[in-house]
Design a protein around this ligand. Structure first.
Ligand SMILES: [Zn+2]
Length: 54
């Protein structure tokens, strides 16, 4: 398994052999995060996580 990707990519899980998307949760305050193009943003604490960090 590829473990290089972290952060937002943890919000995917395997279910019945398919990749399904879970609701992203802010690692800082634990509330749900809003999804924008290419990033996740927490409206509560302002935490932002970019999906692609090459
Ligand atoms: Zn937050």
């Amino acid at each position: 398994m590829n473990k290089r990707k972290r952060g937002a990519w943890l919000y995917y899980q395997i279910k019945d052999g398919k990749i399904v998307k879970r609701k992203p949760i802010c690692p800082r305050c634990g509330s749900f995060m809003a999804e924008h193009s290419g990033r996740l943003h927490c409206g509560r604490c302002g935490y932002t996580e970019f999906k692609s960090r090459e």
